[in-house]
Ligand binder design. Sequence first.
Ligand code: CP3
Length: 341
Amino acid sequence: MTQKPFLQALTEKQARPPIWLMRQAGRYLPEYRAVRADAGGFLDLCYNPKLAEEVTLQPIRRFGFDASILFADILLIPEALGQKLWFETGEGPRLEPINSAAGLQLGGVKSHLAPVIETVSRLSVSLPSETTLIGFAGAPWTVASYMVAGRGTPDQAPARLLADTRPQDFQSIIDLLVEATIDYLAAQVDAGAEVLQLFESWAGSLSGAAFERWCLAPVAAIISGLRARGVTVPIIGFPRAADCDMADYVARTGCQILGLDTGADRKAIAQSLPSDIVLQGNLDPQVLVRGGDELRRDIASIMEDFSARKFIFNLGHGIVPQTPPAHVAELVALVRGEKDL
Ligand code: CP3
């Protein structure tokens, strides 16, 4: 059996990189909006294995991406730990704010997330044989920043304040997240996930010793915990906008693939990282919205900057709802060389 193109690209540089997009299932697709309306809401969709499977498959049917990412959300773990979670229509996620791990518990995590694991099992059967299945979780700092603030915040000030003034209470939240995340990701792999991604969307709000303690150390603990359990799948680290040495991040966390955000210095990273590390990224999601010559130029520039590396084509952050699906189809054709750049 020949290997799937995505997995092949992890061991050997390819003439054309595999491609998938963060948030490839979502509101930019009319078929997603229809299923979400039927489900009753975003969380109902996440916990309904049949419908979550369906929306995961939608972008694969439409565009034939090389990888499929499980449909779920990074904030399901706080809910599984006992924190109240809801989505405000047109705004985003809300949690009842906390400032310590008191009241949270690991005991119910497995049963609460069982429907998500069932979605993974279903996908491992229904995906086309050439498509790689990616499981995921949020990295602890990013998830904790929502748990403490109760919502998304521009600079994660509430979590930073708690981490600075009551580090032990903040550590208790992080420790619980590390444990729950190891269990959850190991279960995803048992159910058929072939690669894992850890989303550290808010890495950019910490630096120095705080970055090391709250971003780097928990991600390293999750990866070493998974390895200690015998989980061998490749892991994608995505420390978005992190103010750190990327070679150091990769070496100390133990991730095999490094997701680069839109602002990353591609040339410097391509030159400084060890050649066994696979790079992923980093087209600007807004350029995909605009399309046209700018899109072609940026694709060409990314392909050129990573031409000497093992590489996976992706965006630098999630696709946005305003994205015309036709631009996504064009992106895939251009990256695959089915259309000339
Ligand atoms: O990539 C995928 O297609 C897989 C599914 C996925 C979702 N969220 C679905 C989703 C993944 C991997 C995530 C990760 C996630 N969730 C992150 C990390 C990545 C990032 O974007 O920074 C974060 C911070 C969250 C938390 C979250 N979920 C926020 C802040 C929001 C509101 C913003 C928004 O885009 O609406 C969500 C909602 C969400 N998660 C949607 C989807 C498809 C939109 C919900 C809807 O249908 O209205």
